[in-house]
Design a protein around this ligand. Structure first.
Ligand SMILES: [Zn+2]
Length: 108
């Protein structure tokens, strides 16, 4: 009977560790997408893997390649296309790095 109790304790401990792992993963994912990481850490403590899955829906969608990106991204990290400032404005926010890269290309 002693072994059975230990096995249950180990199982519970692993379950808690996995749960906390998902909470951390949700917070990291939310941070990458421009959502509040602390809020998602709390949601992670409550929902575990479900909060982690939910964190995939944070951020905004790139209109060019349909990948999920940071809420305030000016360029898509996947297809490198400029993003509209709020999703409706046709004016693109171009990062200074992109402008420097463009002027370099024109000179050569
Ligand atoms: Zn894209």
């Amino acid at each position: 009977m002693g072994f059975s109790t230990d096995a249950k304790f180990v199982f519970l401990l692993i379950l808690i560790l996995v749960w906390l792992f998902f909470a951390g993963a949700a917070a990291i994912k939310a941070n990458q997408r421009g959502a509040r990481p602390l809020l998602w850490l709390i949601l992670g403590f409550l929902g575990g893997p479900f909060a982690w899955l939910g964190s995939f829906y944070t951020g905004s969608t790139c209109p060019h390649c349909r990948s999920k990106i940071h809420r305030r991204a000016t360029t898509c990290p996947r297809c490198l296309k400029p993003q509209a400032a709020d999703g409706t404005s046709p004016i693109y926010e171009i990062s200074p790095e992109a402008l420097i890269a463009q002027s370099d290309r024109q000179e050569r």
